[in-house]
Design a binder for this molecule. Structure first.
Ligand SMILES: Nc1ncnc2c1ncn2[C@@H]1O[C@H](COP(=O)(O)OP(=O)(O)OP(=O)(O)O)[C@@H](O)[C@H]1O
Ligand SMILES: [Mg+2]
Length: 418
């Protein structure tokens, strides 16, 4: 039974660095689905994807929840939430067990996954996800499903994602204080990938880069399995900050300017030679005239830095061969004109901008127009994940019990799929 679905209702909350979004949907017993409510509120309590002010975050969650609940006409009990931040780490690990010359059973698969999970962890870290990649039975490699195969030795390669205990605890606490319990916690790029990568892209090998406000969340899928993941704690807010500092204007004015006139298109810099805009600095502080070419230059510098870091990751871990279909950009930062072209040029691979789409045959969400933006990829992916999964454990009780159960669940939810 899917514990994300309560009375036919499923809820997803994306606690982002710049905005909090709540989406409530109803699933009927025939698998038909309908989005009932959407709530959106600016987020001010996070830095680089991590909660740094719980009181302010709770206020934002409550406001977004209130809006979504009013639209849906129901009160939400539990929600599936996303997690990100610089504390997220990942590694590939291998486990081996003996099967002594018989068919591989489910218990052997459980044992080999358990063996692969035995990795040294820092005290403040916990295992967020364990995602099976391949199995090997005796000499035979790259087996996607080992159940029922004959052999004497079973190996599993898994992708392990870890996170800081305190960060997850703060997410759970913020939701509880907002009046909603957490039914699942999911790494944000896994959710975004579910929303924007086509099944064919996941099969053939494609990267996803969610450029948010505080973090760039990266993952690669091949053979339908995750192969690599990374969170870079640098994203859209850094562009805005650079503009604010570089042009000496307030952050909110820099943000407005970036969204209205921002671009990383190189020809635009030339075209903008004689373009100026007047920025009112606020009450009694007059107006500042800004050369758009200066702003574009600042944005270009930061965009190249982000893509350089990303290129370094690709080269260090030799990931290019895993991405024959290239890269899909999503998140608010992908809306910056020219980002796609710059990524294509610097990474030397095909790049597209990913919008949330419905790929899942068993789910028939018709996406409301408002959700058809890269800034909603994570929340839509969380909703797809929460609606589609089966066999989740009960999560209830006080905070400590809830937290330990969530941790237990987080260790195994993807494993449940295989
Ligand atoms: N049209 C636009 N042009 C340029 N940048 C944009 C545009 N729309 C949004 N952004 C930028 O996208 C960023 C927000 O993206 P998003 O909503 O995906 O982030 P988030 O989910 O709140 O943060 P994170 O996932 O990093 O915690 C902001 O920096 C914002 O300025
Ligand atoms: Mg985000």
């Amino acid at each position: 039974m899917n514990k994300n679905i309560i009375g036919g209702v499923v809820t997803a909350i994306d606690i982002g660095t710049t905005k909090i979004v709540v989406v409530i949907a109803r699933l009927d017993s025939y698998g038909r689905t309908e989005i009932l409510g959407i709530g959106h509120h600016p987020s001010h309590g996070l830095k680089k994807g991590v909660i740094v002010n719980i009181g302010v975050t709770v206020d934002s969650i409550k406001a977004a929840l209130k809006e979504a609940q009013a639209m849906a006409g129901i009160k939400v009990e539990a929600a599936c939430v996303g997690i990100s931040g610089g504390h997220i780490q990942s590694l590939n690990s291998t486990g081996v067990v003996a099967i002594k010359g018989r068919d591989v059973g489910q218990d052997d698969i459980d044992r080999v996954i358990e063996a692969a999970k035995a990795v040294p962890l820092a005290k403040d870290q916990y295992i967020l996800h364990v995602l099976p990649q391949y199995f090997r039975v005796d000499g035979q490699e790259y087996i996607l499903d080992s159940l029922g195969m004959y052999g004497v030795r079973l190996e599993a390669q898994v992708h392990i994602i870890t996170g800081a205990v305190a960060s997850a605890q703060n997410i759970i606490k913020a939701c509880e204080l907002s009046g909603v319990r957490v039914s699942d916690v999911v790494l944000e790029q896994l959710a975004s990938a579910a929303a924007v990568l086509t099944p064919a892209e996941q099969e053939m090998g494609t990267g996803i880069l969610d450029i948010g406000g505080g973090t760039c969340d990266f993952a690669i899928y091949k053979d339908g399995r995750i192969r690599h993941s990374k969170v870079l704690p640098i994203a859209g807010n850094h562009f805005t900050n650079d503009i604010a500092v570089g042009l000496q204007i307030p952050f909110n004015k820099a943000e407005e300017l970036k969204k209205l006139h921002g671009s990383v298109l190189r020809p635009t810099m030339h075209d903008l030679q004689n373009c100026y805009v007047d920025v009112p600095l606020g009450f009694d502080e007059g107006i500042k005239t800004i050369a758009l070419s200066s702003m574009v230059e600042i944005i270009n510098f930061r965009a190249e830095e982000i893509l350089d870091l990303f290129l370094e990751e690709i080269n260090t871990y030799r990931l290019r061969a895993l991405m024959p279909c290239g890269l899909v950009l999503t998140g608010g930062g992908s809306l910056l004109p020219g980002m796609k072209e710059l990524a294509q040029e610097m990474l030397d691979m095909p790049v597209r901008v990913g919008y949330p789409q419905t790929f899942h045959e068993d789910l028939s969400y018709s996406l409301p127009d408002i959700l058809k933006s890269p800034i909603y990829s994570t929340v839509y992916g969380l909703l797809v994940h929460a609606s589609g999964e089966r066999g989740f454990g009960e999560i209830s009780g006080n905070s400590d019990a809830l937290f330990s159960r969530v941790l237990k669940r987080m260790k195994s939810w993807v494993y449940d799929l295989f």
